[in-house]
Design a binder for this molecule. Structure first.
Ligand SMILES: *[C@@H]1O[C@H](CO)[C@@H](O)[C@H](O)[C@H]1NC(C)=O
Ligand SMILES: *[C@@H]1O[C@H](CO)[C@@H](O)[C@H](O)[C@H]1NC(C)=O
Ligand SMILES: *[C@@H]1O[C@H](CO)[C@@H](O)[C@H](O)[C@H]1NC(C)=O
Ligand SMILES: *[C@@H]1O[C@H](CO)[C@@H](O)[C@H](O)[C@H]1NC(C)=O
Ligand SMILES: *[C@@H]1O[C@H](CO)[C@@H](O)[C@H](O)[C@H]1NC(C)=O
Ligand SMILES: *[C@@H]1O[C@H](CO)[C@@H](O)[C@H](O)[C@H]1NC(C)=O
Length: 370
């Protein structure tokens, strides 16, 4: 009895120390199912959206590093028979002017184009009817809000997936994965258009600008394919602002999401006008975050960015695969801390499983008892 008592006291004491010096750890994945994670920290909670394909689900957790006990909210169940009824992908939850918006990709009837459509495509184009949509929350609280459809985003009746908002002193922009023409199929590029509010695009088709194309070998699948553009893609763009310098980055995913080579690429806005392609500078040297075979971390991409509970650390939330052979179903959701390089660009870690130290301000007691 006495020995057991001492053991209990000792583990209690070491837990207390762990809380004081924040030595608690976590391992990846932080959520076992899902892909295309998007996380935002708001008033003491983390909120996550991800691809369920059939609906839009929001998770709420007090910790970034374990979502297995998160609260679950069904934010949107699409009606049948509409252009946004199936394949709901990559939802993101944004707070803009005190309203919450969910921007997401969807298509009608699993987007199986009939032969009369398919024949126009250069190779194949199963995503020909994918478009972007926006829901608006009813209150300033993301959890209790009811979300209603505001409408589709104008992408000129062309392929559009993985759209996000880009905020800039000159206004609000929609950046998304796009084709050059309606029936291209490939390559998937990054396009930008100007918005007057979170559901209204004001650029016409001529004004739409392409700010990145998958021209580097590491943006193409299989690696370096140049005979055609099949499986060459830039997608999942995310705004990332360096809080010290104010530098504006656009981190996107490159190559193909169903295999080990999927990775993150980087653009930086060096000029004043996001609508001017030459104001963007692409890092052509290679992926800035990519597979780590030593740790069996493959196909890492589709990232979003948040901060530790105390706001002092930057964190990347992304999906990856332990098994690189079985495609999309192998993806799970991971999180790691990142820092900044001397030139102000993000310094991403090598992806892996940990154990890693929990985010600064995250109580170890919460991890162990809640
Ligand atoms: C934190 O406390 C643990 C448990 O006592 C110890 O092993 C670890 O070295 C400490 N870490 C730091 C950074 O002080
Ligand atoms: C949302 O979709 C997922 C995937 O189909 C499903 O597992 C889940 O039960 C759905 N949620 C609700 C509340 O219907
Ligand atoms: C549904 O999608 C088709 C193909 O993109 C488009 O032509 C049509 O206008 C859309 N319908 C509505 C109601 O938006
Ligand atoms: C959301 O809708 C439900 C059902 O109509 C309603 O009971 C609830 O009060 C609404 N919540 C908010 C925050 O408007
Ligand atoms: C698109 O907008 C530009 C600039 O406002 C204008 O000059 C052009 O005529 C417009 N094009 C179309 C097709 O409406
Ligand atoms: C961690 O615990 C302390 C002390 O109980 C509390 O003040 C703080 O709010 C907690 N932090 C988080 C992120 O819950």
């Amino acid at each position: 009895m006495a020995v057991l008592g001492w053991c209990a006291l000792l583990s209690f004491l070491s837990l207390g120390v762990a809380q004081l010096n924040n030595s608690a750890t976590y391992t990846n994945p932080v959520f076992n199912t899902g892909a295309d994670p998007w996380v935002i920290r708001h008033e003491g909670y983390y909120y996550m959206t991800y691809t369920t394909a059939t609906n839009i689900t929001i998770l709420r957790s007090s910790v970034l590093t374990d979502w297995s006990n998160a609260m679950v909210k069904l934010a949107f169940q699409p009606p049948e028979g509409r252009n946004f009824s199936t394949d709901l992908w990559a939802p993101e939850l944004h707070l803009i002017d005190d309203n919450w918006y969910i921007i997401f990709t969807a298509d009608p009837n699993f987007d199986q184009p009939p032969p009369e459509t398919e024949m126009f495509c250069d190779y194949n184009c199963p995503a020909v009817n994918h478009r972007m949509y926006v829901l608006q929350g009813s209150t300033s609280d993301p959890w209790t809000s009811n979300y209603t459809m505001k409408g589709g985003l104008d992408t000129y009746d062309q392929f559009a997936i993985d759209g996000t908002y880009f905020r800039h002193e000159t206004g609000l922009y929609h950046i998304y994965s796009c084709w050059y023409r309606q029936y291209d199929g490939w390559p998937a590029n990054l396009c930008i258009t100007k918005m007057s509010d979170p559901w209204t695009v004001t650029s016409n088709f001529t004004e739409r600008q392409i700010i990145s194309v998958p021209s580097n070998p590491w943006e193409r699948t299989p690696y370096g394919r140049m005979v055609n553009d099949r499986l060459a893609s830039n997608e999942a763009p995310q705004q990332l602002t360096n809080p010290e310098t104010g530098q504006q980055f656009l981190i996107y995913s490159a190559a193909r999401s169903d295999n080990r080579n999927y990775c993150l690429g980087q653009l930086e806005l060096l000029g004043e006008d996001p609508m001017n392609p030459s104001d963007w500078k692409k890092n052509n040297d290679g992926c800035v975050f990519y597979q780590n075979p030593m740790e069996k971390a493959y196909g890492v991409g589709h990232a979003s960015f948040t901060t530790s509970p105390d706001g002092s650390e930057n964190w990347i939330v992304y999906h990856g695969m332990l098994n690189p052979y079985s495609g999309w179903s192998a993806r799970d959701i991971r999180a790691q801390r990142f820092t900044w390089n001397g030139d102000g660009s993000p310094k991403f870690p090598r992806p892996g499983y940990g154990p890693y130290q929990v985010p600064s301000g995250q109580n170890s007691s919460m991890m162990m008892f809640v």
